[in-house]
Design a protein around this ligand. Structure first.
Ligand SMILES: [Cu+2]
Length: 196
């Protein structure tokens, strides 16, 4: 009788650990050193941490601090290649889905792009807000993972953060569907590297 009680108590602790243990700890981590595309005074750091919800959904929390950018909002996305020299080498927005349309806008033309898929790319994040030269952003997304799988950003050619010159208007309005609604030109870049 006494033994049975002890065993069931241990069993409960094990169940609790399995259900909640993965949510806050033991996840994969990555980081990125942010550098200006042309301005050497722009620098910063980003961290990424993957956690798994009790339901088994993988989420990645991105935290970023960047100094030297102009005050105001700047679009931030995860771009499809781990390359920053030049910043254009990071290519389009990370989007491994079946439609594969990573082009953020109709660059170079005022006409709406037929195939525009911004703000629905897997790598689309939120704006970094800069005040008095210091920009901060924190965002949790379930569109990407650090662990292997179809949504991973740690794929063969890697991934990078790109911070743009202008705000991301999320291309909500039809009038937004032209050059620049995803932030326009590129101010800063950081290659995402595994940290554990
Ligand atoms: Cu971008």
């Amino acid at each position: 009788m006494r033994i049975a009680k002890t065993v069931s108590a241990v069993g409960l602790v094990l169940i609790a650990t399995q259900a909640f243990g993965g949510h806050h700890e033991g996840g994969l981590k990555a980081n990125a050193e942010i550098k200006g595309c042309t301005d050497p005074n722009v620098s910063g750091m980003a961290t990424l941490a993957e956690q798994v919800t009790p339901e088994g959904i993988k989420e990645v929390t991105v935290e970023m601090k960047v100094t030297g950018l102009s005050d105001g909002k700047h679009a931030v996305h995860i771009h499809e290649v781990g390359a920053c020299e030049p910043c254009g080498a990071a290519k389009g927005h990370h989007d491994p889905g079946p439609f594969g349309e990573s082009r953020p806008d109709s660059a170079g033309t005022d006409a709406p792009a037929k195939d525009i898929n911004h703000r629905y790319h897997m790598g689309d994040l939120i704006n970094l807000e800069v005040k008095d030269g210091v920009g901060r952003m924190k965002h949790t997304t379930n569109r990407v993972t650090l662990s292997p799988g179809r949504l991973t950003i740690m794929d063969e050619d890697g991934s990078s953060f790109i911070i743009h010159t202008n705000p991301d208007t999320y291309c909500d309005e039809e009038t937004d569907l032209k050059k620049g609604c995803a932030g326009g030109s590129r101010d800063a870049c950081g290659i995402i590297r595994a940290a554990n």
